[in-house]
Structure formats: C-alpha cells, structure tokens
Ligand binder design. Sequence first.
Ligand SMILES: Nc1nc2c(ncn2[C@@H]2O[C@H](COP(=O)(O)OP(=O)(O)OP(=O)(O)O)[C@@H](O)[C@H]2O)c(=O)[nH]1
Ligand SMILES: [Mg+2]
Length: 372
Amino acid sequence: MIGGFLGAGKSTAMLRLATSLIAQGKTVGLITNDQSVGLADTTLLRSHNLEVQEIAGGCFCCRFNSLVEAADKLSERTRPDFFLAEPVGSCTDLVASVSYPLRRIYGDQYSIAPLSVLVDPIRALRVLGVEKGKSFSHKVEYIYKKQLEEAQIIVINKSDLLEPDRLAQLRQGMIQTFGDKPIVEVSARQGDGLDQWFDMIIDREMEPTATMDLDYQTYGEGEALLGWLNATLDFQASRLIDGEVAMMDLANDIQKRLSDQGHQIAHLKMTLARRGGGEDVAALNLVDSAYVPELSQSLFDKLRQGELIVNLRAEADPQELKDAVVAAVEGLKELQPDLTLSFEHIEHFRPAMPKPTHRMALSDIVGLGGES
Ligand SMILES: Nc1nc2c(ncn2[C@@H]2O[C@H](COP(=O)(O)OP(=O)(O)OP(=O)(O)O)[C@@H](O)[C@H]2O)c(=O)[nH]1
Ligand SMILES: [Mg+2]
C-alpha cells in the first residue's frame, strides 16, 4: 500500500513503481480506492495499459472484503506478482485495519510490504509547523499526522520542489515528531530517489509493530470536514477543441470560486479521455488553493468527443463544491460555444464515519510468519 494525504503523489508514484516492476519482467495489478465512483486516478492509470480495479464506496479498511475481491479479480487471468494499492488520501489506521487483517486471514496468500506514506513537502512543512502558511483545520491535520505516525517508511515526495536546506529542515521535523523511522526523499515526477525507496518495499515484508492509538471520533470528524465531489461529464464539440485549454479554464474557475469563499483545496483532479481513444488521456491537478493548476499528462491532439472526470476534495461544504463546479461548467460553455458539456454523474458528500471491517493489534498476528 502506498498511503499519504490527498495530492501527495501516490498515483504518480504507483505508476512509477508499476512501470519499474514491469520493466523487470514482473506482473502487477493496481487497486484504486475512493468514497465514490468515477475516479480520475483509475482513468489515468488505465491509460498506461495497466490492470486496475477500483473500490468505491469507502476506504480499504471499511471495505476490506472488496479489497480481497479486487485482488481476486486481478488474478482471474494470471495472478500478479505484485498488487499495488492506493488508499483514499484522507484515510489512516491502515496497519491495524488492512495490513494486519491481511496478514492474519490471508497470510498464506500474500506477503505484505511495509506501509509507505508519502507527503507533499510544502504541505508537510506547514502541518509540522516548520514553516508558516495556510493549512487545514486541526482535526484534518490530526489525520495527516496519524498517517505519518503509522508510516513504516516516510516518503518525502516532490523533492524537486525544495532546496536542500528546506528538505533537511523537513527531515529534521519528521524525526522530531515521528521518531526514528526510515525516511526517503524522492521525486516521483523526475524519478529521483525511487530506486532506494523501491528496494525498501519490493520483496520486503513489513515488520510487525504495535498499532497506534487513534481517536476514531476525531478521525471521523476530521474526514467529515472535507467535502467530496465526483463528477463525470460528456464532452461533445462541433469542431476540434483544445481539451487541455478547456480543462485549465474549468480548473481556474473552480479554484477562483472556492478561494473567494476562503476554502482550502486538498486536491482538484481532472481527466479528459478521448472517446474510443484508449490511452489518449489528459490529467490536470491542483493540490493547494495557492498554486496554479498543472497538467500532469497531455492529450495527443485536439478532440471532439471525450469523457471529462472531475474529482474535487476541499475543506468546504460539499454543496458549495457542487455549486462551484456547476457554475464553472456553465462558464466554460459560455466561453466555448462549440462545446457541449453534460453531467452523466455528479455526487457531493462528506465521507461517512470510518467503521473498519477488522481492527487488529500486534498481539493478533504475533506467532504468524515466525515472529515471537
Ligand atoms: N513537482 C512534483 N510534482 C509531483 C511529484 N509527484 C507527483 N506530483 C504532482 O502532484 C499532483 C498530485 O499527484 P497524484 O499522484 O495525483 O497525488 P495523489 O496522492 O494520488 O492524490 P489523491 O489520489 O487525490 O490522494 C500531480 O500534479 C502530480 O503531477 C513530484 O515528484 N514532483
Ligand atoms: Mg491518487
């Protein structure tokens, strides 16, 4: 499992890891996860010809059986050597509610790698109080810190964004707050440091450690402060349109509307997939209200017909997210009269209280696999 807060770079890293394993002749099956259906991550990963199963309707911990079913589905043709799973970015307690139950119930079928938790370094500097800057509410930060507390490997991603002295400060802050655990610095985008990290998880089994204390009430309240929106739109144009410009206009407008209301964006992600175009998918991301949206993957060319997915997570009332997205879609249609955008699916909500299927302590797995 590759965990970490929203926008930390989990999908980007998973794509890198999958590509690296395939280059070594291994087979991989990927599992994405969200509170609801219609995931930009799934579209993005499938555009790289990867086998992906999506688990919607709650995090791995609350949909434990679906996780195992997804692994079974990925094994229908040939059993992958590796399953790579990306939990929801607002989720924590994965060791107690996923790794240990997998070990205890399916330990003869799977070997479970250490839990890596990725961070965006700029957000981490703020959450740890090393640098000043706008962040989330206390209860959302509680989840962020708990993710790092249970990490078996902390992965400081996006090292390309920070100068060496700021990276060193962040590493120091991590050690001070979370103690002595393996920390690696990588850039999933540029490929730096990845081999060192991959060596720590490929063919390595997690070391059983005491599970952390977690106040589920605060965790649930923190998750519920985040508004969630998943939308899928049909994209039809009467002439060839530059899809990336359209995505950028839409993202800028959504960002402006939310920023005007003082809302902190955790991750706005979009994919635009050419209809019948298989691998031809553009991806756009915005991981902080103060940044500019960026394209992490481009379309081969202009298009007339496509499927646009919008996934928005922000600390805001979900109704306000919906209003912002609907208004921005209307604004885009006015800007591009040759373009018709119609909603095929739209959902907005706050994540429900987490209720894990299993929650196990170290004592539940001691004695399995040779530990004493
Ligand atoms: N500069 C830089 N950007 C990165 C790096 N890795 C990922 N990103 C960017 O960070 C943004 C978020 O990346 P994702 O991989 O979608 O993040 P995620 O953790 O999967 O996000 P959620 O699924 O929403 O939780 C994208 O714009 C990526 O291109 C990196 O190493 N450096
Ligand atoms: Mg992702």
